[in-house]
Design a protein around this ligand. Structure first.
Ligand code: ADP
Ligand code: ZN
Ligand code: MG
Length: 509
């Protein structure tokens, strides 16, 4: 197979995503009042409605509809004031009703978009757009719709390998999850590279977390993504046949699975073959996609309006009430951080995209100068973030307070301590809740920035080493290192930047 970059020179990739999110922050299911609780005893959160018993009548969960409308407003969708629920044929034991309640062509949220800022290495995959001087570009990706659905229950197979159905002797079913509200967002086929797909997913996740409708855990499956991809020759306007990739449960898998599939399809097409419309499974370990099922005819789900559920009407006032609940979204936050503290765009976006980081930074940065705030942002994005990853903890689980990060940022921005000392202070802040100023004082870290004292010490050192001073002035510039070393020893804990400046200017005479 040829490399992705090479393939994309000749072929244009067309990608559309279908992204499911469970509304995990709700208390009750979509059409009944059973509680939503992860990890409860099997079949303890069920009732006649979510078990599909005859005569049980569903009632839509207004809070769930508020969540999907929030999602739509946050992704620039039009909100449909009158929509319907449909029944979609579904025959598998994990859904006792034998149908899934979903929405038809008109969903609560229609015709939205997200703007992607693609920069750095991520921008390299795209070859057909005009890019800014720094190689970045912006792409607007259309959202076809966001519709409401319900989740199925969970099957547990016993006796087979790894809980799989093959070879199992018993199959158990737990209906606790059946009827949990899900929203599915479908994009237009407007993504063009695996990086764009990854960024779209990442941005959507940041938005959902900001509006608080889901915990968006890709590992636990509360946010999952299917990737549809096809190729067409550069210059062609017709779509090729697509394949659909399942099991994209991490940003990396989404990127790598699509990249592999693009390379695979190119090879098939270049060898004169044709792409079958099929569902494929990405195997991250083996780094390949394998066929799950081939789609030979259009699926017949026998969708029809649910006779138990009347068309659902939303009033303008209600929609505006939901709009008023929208918090500041990541893009707006990014722009504000750039305007208030002069953060570089990428840093501002990274901080604004993380709910914890954003509120922490904002509190820390109150009263800081631009230079100090930039230090605080760097501390959070680099050192703190690395610490969190390494220890698998959240920011709130450390002992760090925004005020401590602010104090440390000040010490660093003012060159009162070195960056190496800064790391030691940060560790104490994170692990012991240390106060940076106190820590620096009690550990004698404060760098000597008393320039008069440093200058006097340098004069003395030069008087003792006139031969070296003359050699330096005659061209042996490497001797700067000798003086620097002596001065660092003399002014233990002194600010290296300041000392170096004085050493050089004195030597130059
Ligand atoms: P299906 O009927 O197979 O479910 P849809 O038309 O519902 O297909 O589209 C599902 C997803 O696939 C959408 O995100 C859409 O943008 C994307 N898609 C549709 N056609 C193509 C194509 N030719 N290549 C890549 N993606 C596509
Ligand atoms: Zn129920
Ligand atoms: Mg479809």
């Amino acid at each position: 197979m040829r490399e992705l970059e090479e393939v994309l020179q000749d072929w244009e990739a067309v990608i559309g995503l279908e992204i499911h999110a469970e509304l995990t922050t709700l208390n009750t299911k979509m059409f009944c009042s059973c509680p939503i609780e992860f990890g409860a005893e099997p079949n303890t959160h069920t009732c006649p409605v979510c078990l599909g018993l005859p005569g049980a009548l569903p009632v839509p969960n207004k809070a769930a509809i508020e969540s999907i409308v929030l999602a739509g407003l946050a992704t620039n969708c039009d909100i449909e004031k009158r929509t319907m629920f449909y029944r979609k044929g579904y025959f598998y034991p994990d859904m006792a009703k034998n149908f899934q309640t979903t929405q038809g062509p008109k969903a609560f949220c229609m015709r939205g978009h997200l703007d992607l800022e693609v920069s750095g290495n991520a921008a390299k995959e795209r070859v057909d757009v005009e890019k800014a001087e720094d190689g970045s570009y912006t792409a607007r990706i259309g959202i076809t719709r966001i519709h409401m659905e319900e989740d199925a229950g969970k099957m547990v197979h016993i006796g087979g390998a790894e809980g799989r159905i093959d070879g199992a002797t018993n199959s158990l079913v737990d209906y606790n999850r059946a009827g949990t509200p899900l929203i599915e967002l479908v994009t237009e086929p407007e993504l063009r590279t695996p990086e764009e797909a990854r960024l779209f997913m990442q941005k959507l996740r940041q938005i959902y977390l900001a509006i608080g409708i889901s915990d968006c855990s890709m590992e636990e499956g509360s946010m999952r993504c299917d990737g549809n991809v096809s190729l067409r020759r550069r210059g062609s306007t017709e779509f090729g046949t697509k394949t659909e990739l399942k099991n994209m449960n991490s940003f990396k898998n989404l990127h790598d699975g699509l990249a592999y599939e693009i390379r695979r399809q190119a090879e098939v097409l270049e060898n004169g073959g044709t792409i079958r419309q099929e569902t494929r499974h990405w195997e991250p370990g083996a780094k390949r996609t394998i066929v799950m099922r081939v789609k030979e005819t259009a699926d017949d789900y026998r969708m029809f309006p649910d006779p138990d559920l009347a068309p659902y009407d939303l009033s303008d006032e209600w929609i505006e009430g939901v709009r008023a609940k929208l918090p500041e979204l990541p893009d707006a936050k990014r722009d504000r951080f750039m305007a208030s503290w002069g953060l570089p765009k990428a840093d501002a976006a990274d901080i604004a995209g993380d709910v914890d980081f954003a509120s922490f930074f904002e509190e820390a940065a109150q009263g800081l100068s631009e230079a100090q705030a930039k230090k605080a942002a760097n501390l959070i994005l680099n050192d703190v973030s690395a610490y969190l990853k390494e220890n698998a903890v959240a920011l709130g689980q450390t002992k760090a307070a925004p005020a401590s990060i602010a104090a440390l940022a000040k010490l660093l921005a003012d060159d009162s301590i070195s960056s190496k000392q800064g790391k030691e202070v940060l560790a104490a802040v994170l692990e012991e809740g240390a106060d940076p100023d106190e820590y620096v004082a009690s550990h004698n870290m404060k760098q000597v920035t008393d320039t008069a004292a440093i200058e006097a010490a340098m004069d003395e050192l030069m008087a003792q080493n006139m031969d070296k001073v003359e050699a330096y002035r005659a061209g042996k510039k490497g001797l700067q290192g000798f003086f620097m070393g002596q001065m660092m020893k003399a002014a233990a804990g002194g600010n290296p930047k300041v000392i170096s400046q004085i050493v050089t200017s004195k030597l130059e005479g």
